[in-house]
Design a protein around this ligand. Sequence first.
Ligand SMILES: [Zn+2]
Length: 495
Amino acid sequence: MPKTRFLPFFVLALCASLALAQTGPKRTVLVRVDNIKPDALLKHQFLFFDEYDSRSIVSMVRDTAFILVTPAELALLRERGVDCQTVLEDSSELTLIRRAVYGPTLRLEKPYHSYADILREAESLQKTFPTLVQRFQIGTTSRKNQPIYAIKVSKDVKTHDARPSILFNGCHHSNEVLGAEICIAALHELAEHYGKDPDITRWVDKFQIYFVPVLNVDGHDIVTSGQDPRWRKNVRDTDSNGVANYPDGIDLNRNYDFNWAHGGSHDPASGRYRGEFPFSESEPRALADLARQKRFVLSITYHSQGEVIYYPWNWGGRKAPDDSLLTEIARGLAGSIPTMGGDSSYKAEYGAGLVGQSYPWLYGRIGTFDFVVETGKGESIFPPHEVEGIVQANLKGIHYILRRAEGPGLAVHVVDAKTNAPLEATVWFPAIETEDLDRRTTHPETGILYRLLRPRSYSLVVSKPGYATVAFKNISVDENGWTRLVVSLKKSSHQ
Ligand SMILES: [Zn+2]
């Protein structure tokens, strides 16, 4: 290309960037580009691809992109030989974005579920399998006071007992809708294949498996009803203008009280706005309360997108105290989920420790090994025909996690020496656990702590105020299953 033709392009690109920094250019054309890679698109310097604020590349799934451009930019793309089809011209940017993400009907079509659909399916499963499935409320949403539900799957589901608990949850970010779809598919699979598939039967017998398909119910309504596919945060009216308008809301996955101050943004307009104080929002409080009650051994928190697993943690260079086991499980989980291309699997990467997100909270505060699974590649909302493939791939990840919940590990059962009553006691592994973690305790109702460990010998200290502390050396963890250690604590003598 001759030099003289470069100059107008750069001048225009510069003007476009400057204009964007202030109010943004008026992008009135939605364009479809086929057979192109993101890198090739980003070479055109007025195009931006940001997970939290898609300003011009609205959707990029496989080799097809939907982009917003001005008529001048469209002319430039064509001049540079990019094969573009105009899909829609409209003065409303939101209309163009909705058309790009939702398709011609401007709403989420089947197989996607609205929250009402999800609740109906859970209800129907509960009716069909009353001893296996139970739906219950864990909290309410910040804006509309809507109930947030968990669904439990377990043999004798109404009995809350000492079996290990596992959690799968979706939609902290309401536009990352795949998490809900994976949870529903897994619910169906566990309930309907119980008694038929030996693995599933064993897991439902041995475990208490919990699903929270949608945490951000208010936001999920906005996305699934077709109002706004960009909606990520909850629906708190952060600009106090009396209406919920984009980008209102608080990033629920920056609102947890573990290293909250170091993560997210203090700017309410940011997609990562962490809120005024930790746990300001009722949605993460609901999930945290459930986690405190159930003491999950393992969990998956679904987000989109990237085909990557994030796990605890890289904390300013420090690794998690359980790093080698966490890394092994993260890699195993990643390797179990095929990518959309089918030629590879998800990848495992360290997540940040210094953020108010759910995975450092679950691991740091409760001891849950939590893995963020970023489902699919390209977008947070995928065209309907891509959904089934991503869901099926991720069911393999759920199977992997359930298999890992079978051990090896140590189940420490602490009781009062005299009454045999279960005790909530601190169980500390001095060779593993550092000050980065809260001390792990046994469950107050069962007296049990499940801790995944590699099969070898460990030292641990069991303590409770008012009781004599007990230290163990060389407790050996078996290669298979949960090794049980019963600890009887004696009341300390008072003067
Ligand atoms: Zn997310």
